[in-house]
Design a protein around this ligand. Sequence first.
Ligand code: AHM
Ligand code: MG
Length: 337
Amino acid sequence: MHNGTSITQFIIEEQRHMTGATGDFTSLLNDVVTACKVISNLVNHGALVGVLGSAGSENVQGETQKKMDILSNDVFLKSNEWAGHLAAMASEEMDEIYPIPAKYPRGKYLLTFDPLDGSSNMDVNVSVGTIFSILRCPGGGAAATERDFLQAGTQQVAAGYALYGPSTMMVLTTGNGVNGFTLDQNIGEFILTHPNMTIPTDTREFAINASNMRFWEPPIQRYVQECLDGKDGARESDFNMRWIASMVAEVHRILTRGGIFMYPVDAKMKEKGLEGKLRLLYEANPMSFIVEQAGGSSITGTARILELQPESLHQRVPVILGSRNEVERVLSYHQQG
Ligand code: AHM
Ligand code: MG
């Protein structure tokens, strides 16, 4: 049995340092944590509770939805709609925003989430995760619209992810560093196990889906080629490579031991009129907030992700994040053309 700080205790103690805090935000975070525990339980039971496989439907981006995509989306809605902290929610799995139903009180926050990121990994029993972000609703939240969600990532009040891996973890920032908690399944509580997570400035490990190499733009081609050339090339150093196809697991590895993660824009996407693979509001912004709070960097290739002005709910962007010196190198390759 663990006697450490629980996530509830941690959030309440943080709230005590915020002037004017009403407890609303603390309760909201608690509901998000509860939703992640429910999803963790479903993911852990997998085939035993019949949650593997495709749901036979597509989301707004034309991607096939897994049963768990839909189930975890419902868990998030049900856990967070009733308490009176939110004006509306938006998710990767829903076409439109979800205003809080009239039968419940409305609050001043907005919640965005990717309920089960990397869900293609579910059926092969590889790590998946949940990503979320909390924003203030402009105008207090009485009648939230899609436009209220289109805020730059710098405006986020909090962001976090749950990683359903060998152990279930929750990693959280409220703009005051990054802390990691491990779920103690016996008592049903997340316990602070990774205080003040920081990303090493340098790394010799990169992550990219190399099957897209021929479609990449020249700066990314150059960066990856130099990593592959190792000791004999311009970098005069051997590099290691990983690709889990689950952004939560990749970001978690980077928070633990450093690294660079890249999902750049490529010619194949551009042909389809897309600017990237990952979604700005549900994936890129929350992860960029966490990474920057841990001392890393996060860019599109040419610009800081957190400063982008979102243009639409499901907007996609290129993402390059992780150890600062490597991300800055990729930035400089883009600047050199
Ligand atoms: P998803 O939200 O539909 O699961 O897609 C996002 C995931 C990321 O977790 C991961 O980095 C990427 O898609 C993997 O893409 P690919 O299958 O092209 O390697
Ligand atoms: Mg996703």
